[in-house]
Design a protein around this ligand. Structure first.
Ligand SMILES: *[C@@H]1O[C@H](CO)[C@@H](O)[C@H](O)[C@H]1NC(C)=O
Ligand SMILES: *[C@@H]1O[C@H](CO)[C@@H](O)[C@H](O)[C@H]1NC(C)=O
Ligand SMILES: *[C@@H]1O[C@H](CO)[C@@H](O)[C@H](O)[C@H]1NC(C)=O
Length: 309
């Protein structure tokens, strides 16, 4: 007893010397919302506000689905596997996205790094230049869709690009901002099919895999909210695709394929990450834009890699 008291007294003393962590602290300023920078004009601001509302709606449904249906749920297991830690990790990721302090987290419209000039870039994370900032390029405003569009015009979760909708695209972009999930979420798969493959055979990283999380959120929204059923989930592109068959495998080389149907972004480490855009870029984008490269969507990661979706 005496010894224990002495030890804790000594421990307290050493803490006091090391730093006053037990003193009451001023709380940091807390912001619930992502800021839209002054470089965005009235139209861009209105569209981004709607896109952010869509983002929070989708993330909220994703989290509610997980906490309601639990870790045994087949949709949960399809994307995140069966490991013990998956449930709390996934709940934590959605909760972090929704409630982490958004102080400094910013969407801007002024192309400060010059990346929007690259063909087909729809936006990028600023990486080391400003880790909490995301640039949204002009192309985003012409070929992203709001949540109401889910399951319309041939869109399927499995067969269309993950970033078809603003909501899923911004979820992806928010995952790159370190403050949002404390850098937990990363890219462990390359596309929808490889995310499912990971969940089935090697699911340790599935709960923190950006694509798995995005696809799960899209799946839940498509079924629970858009009421699209199996038809809106669809099949991974490989199963029925022709033209992309060669490049759509899980290990598709990041940059070798020159296809306009690829979407790339740069990671903070400098790596370029590209994904096949097996979407109906023709169906969806053509309606609104004539851009021939609309299938490509890239952003830069903090490590400098470019990731295209
Ligand atoms: C906002 O900027 C976009 C892209 O530059 C432009 O097309 C649009 O006309 C602008 N809107 C307003 C209200 O200035
Ligand atoms: C950071 O800024 C430099 C210089 O403007 C630019 O070359 C680089 O591409 C930027 N990095 C990112 C991730 O945009
Ligand atoms: C499992 O996935 C991780 C992360 O993608 C990868 O590094 C590892 O090589 C994979 N292991 C097997 C056996 O495929």
């Amino acid at each position: 007893m005496v010894a224990k008291t002495l030890i804790s007294a000594a421990a307290l003393a050493s803490v006091a010397i090391a730093g006053p962590i037990n003193l009451a602290r001023d709380l940091k300023e807390y912001k619930t919302d992502v800021e839209i920078h002054s470089s965005c004009n009235a139209t861009q601001r209105r569209m981004l506000e709607k896109a952010l509302a869509d983002t929070f709606e989708v993330a909220t449904f994703a989290k509610e689905y997980v906490v309601t249906n639990g870790a045994e749920d087949p949709v949960f297991q399809k994307y995140f596997g069966k490991e013990k830690g998956a449930y709390s990790t996934v709940v934590g990721v959605w909760d972090s996205l929704l409630t982490s302090n958004k102080e400094g987290v910013l969407l801007r419209c002024d192309n400060p790094d010059g990346n929007c000039g690259q063909p087909s870039w729809r936006g990028h994370w600023r990486g080391d230049n400003a880790t909490s900032e995301t640039v949204i390029c002009d192309l985003s405003y012409t070929d992203r869709f709001y949540n109401e569009y889910f399951c319309m015009n041939g869109y399927t979760v499995a067969g269309s690009p993950l970033g078809t909708h603003w909501s899923i695209d911004l979820i992806h972009r928010m995952f790159h901002v370190p403050a949002v999930t404390n850098e937990l979420v990363g890219h462990y798969s390359e596309d929808y099919a490889s995310a499912l493959e990971l969940a089935e055979h090697n699911s340790t990283y599935s709960p923190m895999d950006s694509d798995a999380l995005q696809a799960f959120a899209a799946h839940v929204y498509a079924v629970e909210v858009a009421k699209g059923g199996d038809a809106c989930i669809g099949q991974p592109a490989e199963a029925h695709d022709d033209s992309h068959a060669a490049s759509s495998s899980a290990s598709a080389a990041p940059s070798a394929t020159s296809s306009a149907a690829q979407s790339c972004h740069t990671h903070a480490d400098g790596a370029v990450h590209c994904e096949d855009d097996h979407a109906d870029a023709s169906t969806t984008a053509a309606a609104q834009t004539s851009d021939a490269n609309a299938g490509k969507d890239c952003h830069t990661h903090a490590d400098g890699t470019v990731h295209c979706v």
